[in-house]
Design a protein around this ligand. Structure first.
Ligand code: PBG
Length: 327
């Protein structure tokens, strides 16, 4: 007599059985909520390509963050949109700039129970929309080292405004080491770095660039962000950022890069974040609005998949709704 075929369905029969053997946890504490704060507006401005999100005022961002925190989300990723932009993005390191003001407002509102993460880049601040500054006569790509010098100033200013973590997202070489040194020299040894270590030149950032008003006015970011065809290189980026002093590393985007998240998980033992980016959010929202898929199920499936691939933390525009659904 042959052996009985395995009956894997036995453990799927009831929700209690499924919960008992579930391998992957998803909870509000795994989520990081992005927030956009714009200088010089009187009312929050809804972002058309990101339903449910707005460019906030310093007042409205407090309320939004409080409501998200009440749902069990611990961490916020803050983006500032200045009223004035210039070729160097100098508002980015203004101690009274919009991101700094937002960090102070959020700390005042939420106290020490919240983790405040400051996105550290120049694309929201430069009038050309690039993540760095250009050398005289060269418009091909931002110049690496002069840009990193400015990132040092931004880091110190954001740390001074109360960021727990700064998150450099410009993909300049050596940015993590330089920022670590600047923070230490500036008396901010306790401020950490969440490095956007493997950040790809992705079409999925489209809606974000409306939200943060940081689309490049010429060219693109392929000379510094990663080629979507590469995964070995992502591990090299991640290893380097950890060597340079990153406290946690991030892969971005998430959904089209689950293999990269999986490989990073095998390789590193620092906290691993994944950024479920604006285009990934917009896809689910758009299909749900048309009734083509169930938003709640699709979102929780996506977030569970990113956790299953190996991410500890997920930056997601669905943080507020997902936290509601998870309670
Ligand atoms: C800034 C930055 C970007 C995103 C996060 N930080 C845009 C870009 O690199 O063009 C994208 C986030 C998203 O799409 O949700 N450099």
């Amino acid at each position: 007599m042959g052996a009985m075929p395995p009956r894997l369905r036995r453990l799927r029969r009831t929700e209690a059985l499924r919960a008992l053997v579930r391998e992957t946890d998803l909870a509000p504490r795994h989520l990081v909520a992005p927030l956009f704060v714009k200088e010089g507006i009187g009312e929050p401005a809804p972002i058309a390509s990101m339903p449910g999100h707005a460019q906030h005022t310093l007042e409205s961002v407090r309320k939004e963050a409080r409501e998200i925190a009440e749902r069990g989300v611990l961490a916020f990723l803050v983006f500032g949109i200045p009223a004035r932009k210039d070729p160097r993005g100098s508002e980015a390191w203004n101690d009274d700039g919009i991101a700094q003001a937002a960090l102070r407002a959020l700390r005042d509102e939420l106290g020490g129970d919240a983790v405040l993460i400051a996105d550290l880049c120049l694309c929201e601040y430069t009038d050309h929309g690039h993540c760095g500054v250009f050398d005289e006569g060269d418009r091909d790509a931002p110049a690496n080292d002069p840009t990193v010098e400015l990132y040092r100033r931004i880091a110190v200013s954001q740390a001074g405004a109360g960021a727990d973590l700064v998150a450099p997202s410009g993909m300049m070489d050596g940015q993590v080491a330089a920022i670590r040194e600047a923070l230490d020299d500036g008396g901010h040894a306790g401020t950490g770095i969440l490095a956007y270590a493997a950040k790809y030149a992705s079409s999925f950032y489209g809606p974000f660039r409306d939200a943060a008003e940081g689309a490049p006015s010429f060219g693109d970011r392929r000379a510094h962000q990663m080629d979507p065809a590469n995964a070995d290189e992502a591990l090299r980026e991640i290893r380097l950022d950890i060597e340079e002093g990153a406290d946690a590393v991030m892969v971005k985007p998430a959904l089209a890069y689950l293999d990269v998240i999986g490989r990073a998980r095998e390789e590193v033992d620092v906290p691993l974040a994944a950024y479920n980016v604006s285009g990934e959010y917009a896809m689910v929202k758009a299909a749900a609005e048309r009734g083509w898929l169930d938003e709640r199920q699709a979102t929780l499936e996506v977030l569970t998949a990113i956790r299953r691939a190996g991410a500890d933390l997920i930056v997601t525009y669905h943080a507020r709704e997902a936290a509601d659904w998870l309670r």
